[in-house]
Ligand binder design. Structure first.
Ligand SMILES: NC(=O)c1ccc[n+]([C@@H]2O[C@H](COP(=O)([O-])OP(=O)(O)OC[C@H]3O[C@@H](n4cnc5c(N)ncnc54)[C@H](O)[C@@H]3O)[C@@H](O)[C@H]2O)c1
Length: 302
């Protein structure tokens, strides 16, 4: 099998690359290295592993390499900061809407049999219909979320009997190798860095806002389950929440690290976020395997 992974040098992407190589697949990465890092993909020897080809390529502009025999496309490339999208919506339109359109077309022209694209829980925005189901009316609060929703509808047009497609709405992903410096910087790597350097942990607002945290290895498993599912000739493209289904407060995360906590100014952000995961549990037989607070304890005590 040959899989093309856009954004393969990024946080989720590099886990997907290593997992695909372990399955014995041939892997091609397309990445512009805007937030991704080549070092995520190289062996201690300094070489790329066998079976992996990496192209520096912006999927939203310029030529995309003419690669043959593409079986699967895992589309993860995107600019990823909600905050930045509020300041520079054009960059997000170009990166998410235009980039996705181009790569979906490119994949179909190459006879790709299955496309999975990363969407986001941010599409639910400030909806109060907790837990969020795939059918919950979206209420995006940023261009980032708005354009991810638009990407889902573009992908829907590519879903056919020959090319099956699916959009996965990732909730808050955590795990090894999560950046604390570029792109979307989540609370967990910030707190981890603060904890490890004996700094107080900075919690926004009262910290009682909640999120649904899902482990990166589980997210990658969900991507592969969606890509390789039998082609059932779906009439409509599936959209799946990828989440733990558990609600954890930011304060719980901070307290699990331990040490001093200071509260800083709150941000305009959803108060609660938690998914209903019954659809993906039932249709893909996918379940998360790692609990966020347990993972933090292991990191803390390592
Ligand atoms: N991390 C999360 O909690 C989370 C939650 C919801 C959705 N997502 C989605 O998952 C995907 C991966 O996110 P991540 O957390 O690994 O972020 P990341 O920033 O680590 O990865 C994104 C990758 O895409 C690359 N990229 C960006 N624009 C590109 C372009 N035009 N052409 C080629 N490459 C480009 C970056 O260099 C980077 O390697 C994104 O689509 C993101 O929106 C992530």
């Amino acid at each position: 099998m040959h899989i093309v992974i856009t954004g393969g040098a990024g946080f989720i992407g590099h886990h997907a690359v290593w997992q695909a190589l372990e399955r014995g697949w041939q892997v091609t990465v397309l990445d512009n290295f805007y937030t991704g890092k080549l070092e995520n993909l190289i062996l201690p020897s300094g070489n790329l592993p066998g079976g992996l080809t990496v192209y520096e390529c912006d999927i939203a502009a310029g030529p995309i390499p003419d690669i043959k025999n593409v079986d699967y496309l895992l589309h993860l490339a995107a600019p990823v900061s909600v905050q930045e999208s509020l300041e520079d919506w054009e960059k997000y339109y170009r990166g998410i809407v235009h980039g996705s359109e181009r790569i979906f077309k490119w994949a179909r022209e190459r006879g790709c049999q299955s496309i999975v694209a990363a969407s986001t829980a941010a599409v639910y925005g400030d909806s109060e219909e907790w837990p969020f189901q795939e059918t919950t009316t979206p209420r995006p609060m940023s261009p980032y979320a708005e354009y991810k929703l638009e990407m889902e509808s573009i992908l829907d047009e590519y879903h056919s009997f020959t090319t099956q497609a699916a959009a996965l709405r990732f909730f808050n992903v955590f795990g090894e190798g999560q950046p604390d410096d570029v792109g979307y910087v989540s609370a967990i790597p910030i707190f981890k860095k603060q904890f490890e350097s004996y700094q107080p942990i900075t919690v926004t607002g009262d910290g009682r806002q909640t999120r649904d945290f899902v482990y990166v290895g589980d997210v990658v498993e969900a991507c592969f389950a969606a890509l390789t599912r039998p082609n059932a000739g779906f009439e409509t493209m599936p959209v799946w929440n990828v989440a733990s289904g558990e609600e954890t407060s930011i304060l719980d995360i901070a307290e699990t690290f331990g040490g001093e906590i200071v509260h800083i100014e709150e941000r305009e952000e959803p108060r609660r976020s938690v998914a209903n995961t019954s659809l993906i549990n039932q249709t893909l037989d996918w379940r998360p395997s790692v609990n966020v607070l347990q993972w933090i304890k292991e990191q803390r005590d390592a």
